[in-house]
Design a protein. Structure first.
Lengths: 344, 330
């Protein structure tokens, strides 16, 4: 594990072409009305999980989406892959409009877009052994007719995730593997179809800190050496800071800030991002004491606050924040922020 | 004399396949008003150590030796009833992992605190209610919410309630087991700040168990790093974070991502912790250790003091480990 300097990491991505374009993506989960509420014709209410998010991801990039629980980051990841149907908005992958595809076309596209789930203990069928877990996507896509034919693909995928020699793992069951090994299998399962784009939804949050690095470095290598593009969804800014090229911060279904990692972490502009970074503890006892955090807790996404959604908790909020929703605007090259007062 | 002195504490779980040595000769001290952080990977025995001190063991868990002295009295020797009456909750209490599950969903929040008070103190119901309201106020929850149910509280508030409960009988020592692990960073910061303020105000001693080294760095005075049921490194947080010396301690500290540091590759420790049914002979870390030699496979290293300031390390190769040399650098 040689140290890869930040400049080296950034240079290798450069200004690539856009592989994924998300435009004004919206996902509401309607709430059931009681019989009384329907009789009184009360309006239907919904959890506004993702409420108008736009961004793009470049080829070979590691794009981080950071936010607290309930901010809509996981829903957004799943809606992009159409594991959940979007309420509105458009997702374009290269020149394919994902949001307009039929089920059959979508199945074809799955060979190019994959997902890694959070929990390596629950995302795998405990009754299948490793080779059948990894063969499943191949079988579904009709790329192999029986599990024997799948072996070469599976061995390659296992080698890609550095589980060598692959023969040793082929016939093991998930319970015989450690957490880190299971998560490698999950990555191998996503890789076996040779996808260009992978949504990694909290891939390391269930793992011990000492082995998180393995999976994160694996993602970094896949992106640098194979040009795989990642959408890394996480609550942990510290890990995002170390592997992502760009980071977007979400709050209550909205993107409040996005920018190149260094710029965002060292010079956060949005009051929410500042508080989030301030609240992260650092493994350095000389920095005792607590950063300033926002008062209160995240409000319900059913009735999000008017105007800027952060205004009830924001230390610099003024009257305009209660009424007018701020747009994401450019602060400098590539660094964008949605705040009325962030830009001076 | 330290407030709490743990010496050679051993606790094994009996299973069909033999004894799981979850806590194996663990020793440490805590002074009044100080906080000790206990760190380690999952399965290293951190939580087992805590429930051993409080004697909240499952039926297959048994203390196989050692002493736990509180103010000079060995509480391992007390009988169960005496321990329950005079020690548990009154002298040592615990904040459990996962506040979401630690509260009973069908009882009012306030009543649950009252229940804890009445179980341990000889007071009237009304006095207990008043005390519960004070406790809620102390952890920053409006006492008017006494009558609400746990589902009406957010995760951070539930965690505060569990802390209030632990404070119900004015204990001297609080054991907090992963008190903020399930919480978001901002709520985590709020809860830990509340705990820190209370600890200072009430001159409490605390054992903070967590896998999150950054929480220990920012809130504790001392740190003990556990591996496979043993303490492998112990010391003042500044010494241990600046000069982690045990190969495992060093790997753990260096693999922890730091948002304030320059961007680097995230490190990891190769391999995984041993099965405690049959831990490796000699030093339990030897199969993962880059420095392991013959002696490490045969003899178990003692926890010995290095330098000053009671920084202790259990490693045969401690002489080779010049301070500052990064043995995991590859």
């Amino acid at each position: 594990m040689g140290a890869v300097s930040a400049t080296e990491q950034e240079r290798s991505v450069g200004h690539g072409e856009v592989i994924l374009d998300v435009e004004n993506l919206v996902k509401y989960f309607p709430l059931r009305r009681g019989i009384g509420q329907s009789l009184r014709r009360e309006p239907e209410r919904a959890v506004k999980a993702v409420d108008g998010v736009s961004f793009n991801v470049k080829k070979g990039e590691l794009f981080g989406v950071v936010g607290e629980s309930g901010c809509g980051k996981t829903t957004m990841g799943r809606t992009i892959l159409r594991l959940l149907e979007p309420t509105a908005g458009r997702v374009t992958f290269e020149d394919i409009e994902v949001t307009a595809l039929s089920v059959e076309q979508l199945k074809q596209l799955r060979t190019r877009m994959q997902i890694i789930f959070q929990d390596p203990y629950e995302s795998m069928n405990p009754r299948l052994d490793v080779h059948r877990i990894i063969a499943e996507p191949l079988r579904i896509q009709g790329m192999v007719s029986n599990s024997k034919d799948a072996i070469p693909y599976i061995e390659k995928a296992l080698e890609d995730v550095e589980m060598t020699p692959p023969e040793e793992y082929l016939y093991r069951y998930p319970h015989e593997l450690s957490g880190g090994q299971r998560q490698r299998i999950a990555v191998a399962r996503a890789l076996v179809l040779n996808p260009e784009f992978i949504v990694a939804d909290e891939p390391v949050s269930m793992l011990d800190v000492s082995i998180r690095g393995e999976i994160l470095n694996l993602m970094l290598n896949l992106s640098r050496e194979r040009g795989v593009t990642f959408l890394y969804i996480t609550h942990d800014l510290a890990t995002a800071r170390h592997i992502c090229d760009r980071i977007a911060v979400m709050y209550l279904g909205k993107m409040v800030e996005k920018g190149p990692t260094d710029s965002l972490v060292k010079h956060p502009l949005h009051p929410y991002t500042r508080a989030l970074i301030g609240a992260v503890f650092v493994p350095d006892p000389k920095r005792k004491g607590f950063g300033k955090v926002l008062k209160g807790e995240v409000p319900s996404p059913v009735d999000p606050p008017s105007g800027c959604r952060l205004h009830p908790r924001c230390p610099i909020a003024q009257d305009i924040c209660k009424e007018v929703e701020p747009e994401l605007v450019s602060a400098d090259d590539n660094h964008m922020v949605a705040c009325h007062f962030a830009l001076g | 004399m330290a407030l709490l002195e743990v010496r050679d504490l051993k606790m094994y779980y009996k299973t069909l396949r033999g004894h799981v040595k979850a806590v194996d000769s663990v020793s440490f001290d805590i002074e009044r008003g100080k906080a000790l952080g206990i760190a380690g990977e999952s399965g290293c025995g951190k939580t087992s150590m805590a429930v051993t001190v409080l004697r909240l063991l499952p039926s297959n868990g048994k203390i196989h030796g050692g002493s736990v002295k509180l103010d000079g009295v060995d509480i391992v020797k007390l009988d169960d009833e005496e321990f329950r009456k005079s020690i548990r909750w009154k002298k040592i209490s615990m904040v459990f992992q996962g506040a979401m599950n630690a509260l009973n969903p069908v009882h009012r929040v306030g009543d649950q605190i009252v229940e804890a008070i009445l179980a341990h103190e000889d007071v009237s119901h009304q006095e207990a209610v008043t005390r519960a309201e004070e406790l809620l106020d102390m952890v920053g929850i409006n006492p008017k919410r006494y009558k609400e149910y746990p589902h009406e509280f957010s995760g951070g508030m539930k965690q505060r309630v569990v802390i209030a409960m632990a404070l119900a009988c004015n204990p001297d020592v609080i054991i907090a087991d992963e008190p903020t692990t399930a919480l978001d960073v901002m709520v985590q910061s709020q809860v830990l700040k509340a705990m820190e303020d209370l600890r200072k105000r009430l001159d409490l001693s605390m054992i903070l168990i967590t896998h999150d080294l950054s929480v220990i760095a920012q809130t504790c005075d001392n740190i003990a790093i556990m591996y496979a049921g043993k303490i492998v490194e112990y010391g003042n947080v500044i010494d241990v974070f600046d000069h982690p010396t045990h190969p495992y301690g060093m790997g753990l500290v260096k693999s922890f991502p730091n948002i304030k540091a320059e961007r680097t590759r995230v490190r990891s420790l190769p391999g995984f912790p041993p099965n405690l049914l049959a831990p490796p002979k000699g030093c339990r870390f030897h199969p993962r250790c880059p420095l392991a030699g013959d002696i490490c496979m045969e003899e178990e290293p003692e926890l010995i003091e290095i330098g000053s300031n009671s920084h202790k390390v259990a490693c045969h190769k401690v002489d080779m480990l010049e301070r500052g040399v990064d043995i995991w650098e590859q």
